[in-house]
Design a protein around this ligand. Structure first.
Ligand code: SAH
Ligand code: SF4
Length: 393
């Protein structure tokens, strides 16, 4: 990525005014900048080094606790500083192209990001929480055979700004920012949980996901406990330990198969890192305990991975590991080569896992009327080319 500030302030370019002025859209967004990056950027625009840390805290509070989108509102900063900020930065948000509201309250956002690309994020309200499912890439390099996103090739990684931007846009839409002068820290949070289970493989966009999640977990940032954030991976084994050390969120593994033979077909990354290697990485995940269990996601595909023998093998695989199994009834998409297992089958499978002492909630498909369920996301531009009209609603 280019770093315009570093260049502008370099000793080789002393006359900042001589530089061509950037259009507002081309300015770097403050959203998604790490504390360190923002501090450096402020110093480069002339903020005294001694003040920079405090300014970062003040700016973050405006951005992430109050949701302001205008530098003029940042009333505890001097007029001069506000003008400097406006000249060098923008407060970027992805643009909502379309918002669909399901009968069950689920909201699906189609968002446009730089370059005209589109990503989706889904907000799922429940009694005790509100979960936002966010994307980390446009498309995916992997080709899991039951996943709609997997039929779309990778277009590009999202930036940290675009990852955090999904949270900002959703909080805007929920009207979750405090009133002017109100206290940001009070009341029940509508957006209380985040799952990295939208489009893309988060560990293949490691740095941006890490930077974004640090902001999500920071008490002066979005301020969500790390236990309310779950990163789901298809099994990029060499990066699992690093995710534990550098990101530290809860972990979910897209297991879906209990033998290499089955998993090779469903989650082809298994050919690189097989079930045994994956299990070793899971057992070594830091802070693993009964309070912080790994979630194994298991999509229920009729006649493919849903037999009693599969359930027994699954229990054996995770033996002794603090874990829960999330059974996901397959969510169909046009042209998908699988069928969802019957409810009786799913219940029988869950029973075996439960009897072995593991919680195995069946994930109720949400937002089905708007194709918002797990694995149904795919950029609309891509989809519109092939879609049947009923798919878009
Ligand atoms: N790439 C990451 C995160 C995104 S997918 C991963 O694979 O883990 C989030 C979850 O939805 C994964 O467990 C994925 O396997 C599952 N999923 C994908 N397509 C699905 C479908 N059609 N029905 C149900 N679950 C699906
Ligand atoms: Fe990519 Fe995850 Fe879909 Fe596999 S399940 S194709 S890793 S988004």
């Amino acid at each position: 990525m280019t770093e315009p500030h570093a260049r502008q302030s370099s000793a080789l370019v002393p006359d900042m005014l001589a530089l061509p002025r950037k259009t507002p859209d081309a300015l770097p967004s403050l959203i998604g900048m790490t504390r360190a990056r923002l501090r450096d950027a402020l110093i480069e625009t002339g903020v005294p080094e001694k003040q920079a840390k405090m300014r970062v805290g003040q700016i973050w509070a405006w951005l992430y606790q109050r949701g302001v989108q205008d530098f003029g509102t940042m009333s505890n900063l001097s007029k001069d500083l506000r003008a400097t900020l406006a000249a060098h930065f923008r407060i970027g948000r992805p643009e909502i192209i379309e918002r669909q509201l399901s009968k069950d309250g689920t909201r699906k956002y189609l968002l446009q990001i730089e370059g005209g690309h589109e990503v989706e994020a889904v907000y799922i309200p429940e009694e005790d929480r509100g979960t936002l499912c966010i994307s980390s890439q446009v498309g995916c390099t992997l080709t899991c055979s039951f996943c709609h996103t997997g039929t779309q090739t990778l277009v590009r990684n999202l930036t940290a700004s675009e990852i955090i931007g999904q949270i900002m846009v959703c909080r805007d839409d929920l009207g979750e920012w405090p009133e002017e002068g109100g206290n940001p820290g009070t009341g029940k949070r509508l957006l209380s949980n985040i799952v990295l289970m939208g489009m893309g493989e988060p560990l293949y966009n490691f740095d941006a996901v890490r930077d974004a999640m640090k902001i999500a977990m920071d008490g002066e940032g979005i301020s969500l406990s790390r236990r309310r954030i779950t990163l789901s991976t298809s099994g990029v084994v060499p990066l699992i330990a690093r995710a534990g050390e550098e990101i530290g969120t809860m972990l979910a593994i897209s297991l879906h198969g209990t033998t290499d033979e089955i998993r090779d077909k469903l989650v082809p990354i298994n050919k690189k890192w097989n079930v045994e290697t994956l299990m070793q990485a899971c057992r070594a995940y830091p802070k693993l305990s009964n309070a912080e269990r790994i979630t194994f996601e298991y999509v229920m595909l009729d006649g493919v991975n849903d037999s009693d023998a599969d359930a027994k093998r699954l229990v054996k695989l995770i033996e002794g590991m603090p874990a829960k199994i999330n059974l996901i009834p397959f969510n169909p998409w046009p042209g998908a080569p699988y069928q969802r297992s019957s409810w009786e089958r799913i219940e029988a499978f869950a029973e075996i896992v439960n009897r072995a002492g593991y919680a195995s909630p069946v994930r109720t498909p949400r937002g089905q009327d708007i194709m918002a369920a797990c694995g149904q996301l795919k950029s609309a531009t891509e989809r519109a080319r092939k879609a049947r009209p009923s798919e878009i609603n």
